[in-house]
Write a protein that binds this ligand. Structure first.
Ligand code: DC
Length: 220
């Protein structure tokens, strides 16, 4: 059994900067990084390719049996690199339906815990990592930013209209935070970090400082 002390959970809404911060933090802490959103996206792609109903029961068996791995920032499905495909419009539009399926979530959680156990910890990014998957994590960060700032960042990356993007982001937030199974939320023991108007370096430094001080108080 892995010591839960080495898990750093980074949860929060889309566009808060979780991936960028989690990757940089993993390098700074010399830990591995896991993007759990990529796992839900890969199962969604596998279901679409198999022609399975996204809200049906068969998708749970597919989540269980599919040959899925997320290593060094690449997502592999059946030996194929699907890292770009899972970020496409079709998967992005469908993934929250798959992520709302309790059976799929149970399989994903099991896979995420196995990933952490086999590596002795890591920086793990998602929506329910501190609240459900690793409730004993050394540190739980809830990373957020205003919907406006998140929309501006997304438009800078992919283009489009900021007002429209803000509406789409708010809609997705609502869906992720009101679903019945493990909705996106803070927990009483999470540290809320708002990235609006802050640099990545500044945010990473702040979180690393908290990890360092927790690690040293665990050792005492
Ligand atoms: O972080 P992302 O946009 O790649 O996540 C894709 C979807 O998966 C999004 O709808 C939220 C969901 N998700 C989840 O429910 N639980 C996680 N641990 C990670 C992602």
């Amino acid at each position: 059994m892995t010591s839960p002390n080495t898990i750093v959970a980074i949860d929060g809404p889309a566009g808060a900067g979780k991936s960028t911060v989690a990757k940089a933090l993993a390098v700074a802490l010399e830990l591995e990084y896991l993007d759990t959103g990529a796992m839900y996206r890969a199962v969604t792609l596998a279901a679409m390719e198999s022609g399975l109903a996204l809200d049906g029961a068969d998708i749970v068996g597919l989540a269980e049996s599919c040959d899925l791995s997320v290593e060094n920032g690449r997502t592999m499905l059946g030996g194929r690199d699907v890292s770009s495909e899972i970020r496409g419009v079709a998967v992005t539009a469908a993934v929250s339906t798959v992520a709302a399926n309790s059976g799929v979530r149970e399989v994903m959680r099991r896979r995420q815990r196995a990933w952490g156990d086999s590596r002795g910890g890591g920086v793990i990014e998602g929506r329910d990592i501190g609240t459900v998957v690793f409730p004993d994590a050394l540190l739980k960060i809830y990373l957020t930013a205003s919907a406006r700032v998140r929309a501006e960042r997304r438009v800078a990356e992919v283009g489009g209209d900021v007002d429209e993007m803000e509406r789409a982001i708010s809609e997705r937030d609502h869906k992720d935070s009101t679903r019945a199974d493990s909705p996106l939320s803070t927990s009483t023991d999470s540290v809320v970090v708002d990235t609006s108007g802050r640099t990545i370096d500044d945010v990473v430094r702040q979180i690393k400082n908290i990890v360092d001080s927790r690690r040293s108080s665990v050792r005492k």
